[in-house]
Ligand binder design. Structure first.
Ligand code: SAH
Length: 230
């Protein structure tokens, strides 16, 4: 890929990107590692060329197949919730190392995670979206990501447990399979609900089978659907 395309020009320039980061800070996002990663990750490369000029607006954008690239504010909030909660539970000794993502979509959230944790395992049910995301990771030189074409509502049991799980699609209730795949003190960040959705934080208490659940802010995500499409 040529350098100009990666760095961006005009509506995808660093200046435009920095304005978005400032907006995230103004909205209360404060994790420097997350903000820096978002500042350095070219969101315009995760969109169709016709939409690239809108990449640094703080808004969700269509990626085809009726799906959307999540709003930057939501990506920042979910990522910092995951990382800060894991770090706190770990006595400040560091964030999650092994993370499962449900709903790869464009791969933007995947790319952010991959720069902040050791391993990302990501599941997507729409094959063409997954293939595109895979190509983008190759272009960006991110090689700590493993992809699976499956119904992520069941997690990735063969690869669990995970220190963190993040879902970009909303089930009506938290799937038990995902909770079961949390490591001790593991953290799940997931939108839950149908008409009314809330970002929800589920934490495994130590190595027990008990979980605490905390309702965070109201959000609007695409639904977690069952089965896969080719
Ligand atoms: N983080 C992505 C969000 C994409 S939208 C991005 O910013 O691009 C949510 C994604 O979840 C869609 O791609 C959708 O196909 C996927 N999805 C929905 N239900 C799913 C399921 N059961 N298993 C895996 N992926 C699912």
């Amino acid at each position: 890929m040529d350098r100009l395309n990666l760095q961006g020009v005009g509506m995808t320039s660093q200046r435009t990107r920095d304005r978005l980061i400032q907006r995230l800070i103004d909205q209360g996002c404060s994790n420097l590692a997350v903000l820096e990663t978002m500042s350095n990750t070219p969101r315009h490369l995760f969109l169709d060329e016709a939409l690239a000029h809108r990449a640094y607006e703080d808004t969700a954008l269509p990626i085809g197949h009726g799906q959307t690239l999540s709003q930057p504010y939501i990506v920042a909030r979910m990522t910092e919730t995951l990382i800060a909660s894991c770090n706190d539970l770990n006595g400040g000794q560091g964030g999650p190392k092994k993370v499962l993502e449900i709903g790869t979509g464009s791969g933007y959230q995947t790319a952010i995670l991959a720069q902040l944790v050791d391993e990302v395992w990501t599941v997507e049910r729409i094959r063409p979206l997954q293939e595109l995301a895979r190509k983008r990771m190759r272009k960006l030189g991110l090689n700590n990501i493993r992809f699976k074409h499956a119904d992520g509502g069941f997690g990735w049991p063969e690869q669990g447990p995970f220190d963190g799980i993040l879902s970009a699609a909303a089930p009506r209730t938290v799937p038990d399979e995902l909770k079961q795949q949390l490591a001790p003190n593991g953290v799940l960040v997931i939108p839950v609900g149908a008409e009314e959705q809330y970002l929800t934080l589920v934490i495994r208490e130590g190595d027990s089978d008990n979980f605490t659940t905390q309702k965070l802010e109201a959000v609007r995500f695409v639904p977690l659907l069952s089965g896969v499409t080719r």
